[in-house]
Design a protein around this ligand. Structure first.
Ligand SMILES: [Zn+2]
Length: 225
């Protein structure tokens, strides 16, 4: 079996000294058994810990997959050395573990997570958690609709309504509560952003919006779950 590369996002103890290892790779989301992995002397010990990108080999026995060998290719030391970065990363990983079964493309999720964590190494900001939360909505099939009124297809005077998951025109809006237009513009900017690098100016802008953005995302997840 060729070397595979993936991200360990969850580990559970299993039986006496084994581990269940959840790995996200570009081929999908897989659960592996790592025999004796909780023993420090085991060859399966060091690479089967959470929050590492690893290279690994496995065999299939019946319906189960067993890790046979592996090594760490990125342990994100630079993130783990910084409390704020670690908090941001752990929130991302928790969200990943929670929604991974609902994601339409594991390949995109893997590349996205990889890229977000790599950028977090250089920039300490909770923007990466909010960006992850925002873009994940698309991957779990509850993406945001900005282009046309969801009720009449008009593209004039649109306002974003959290409960609708998209925009309504002024006529259809009636008395429904919409988010303010500045926030709407900012959310679109982040939602459609193609790279995950942020300049100092981007981060200052984010600081202005971050409280409102956080409330928006909390509400959105609550309504559409
Ligand atoms: Zn309308």
């Amino acid at each position: 079996m060729d070397d595979n590369i993936g991200f360990v996002y969850k580990v559970l103890s299993y039986k006496e000294s084994s581990r269940l290892v959840f790995i996200l790779s570009s081929n999908g989301n897989n659960l592996f058994i790592a025999r004796a992995a909780s023993r420090p002397t085991s060859k399966n010990f060091s690479y089967t810990n959470e929050f590492n990108t690893i290279k690994y080999n496995y065999i299939k026995r019946g319906s189960a997959y067993f890790l046979t060998s592996g090594n760490i290719i990125d342990n994100y030391q630079n993130i783990k050395n910084d409390v704020t970065k670690t908090m941001v990363a752990l929130k991302i990983i928790n969200l990943l573990a929670k929604y991974i079964d609902y994601v339409s493309s594991h390949k995109i999720l893997y590349e996205f997570t990889h890229s977000i964590l790599n950028n977090l190494k250089d920039t300490t900001s909770s923007i990466y958690y909010d960006l992850f939360r925002l873009k994940l909505l698309y991957l779990i099939g509850i993406g945001l609709q900005f282009k046309k009124c969801l009720k009449c297809n008009s593209n004039l005077n649109l306002h974003f309504v959290v409960k609708e998951g998209g925009v309504l025109c002024e006529k259809c809006l009636d008395y429904t509560k919409a988010i303010d237009n500045e926030l709407n513009k900012y959310i679109q900017e982040l939602y459609f952003k193609k790279n995950y690098e942020f300049s100092v100016i981007d981060l200052i802008k984010y600081d202005e919006y971050k409280d409102k953005l956080s409330v928006f995302l909390d509400d959105y997840y609550r309504y559409h779950n």
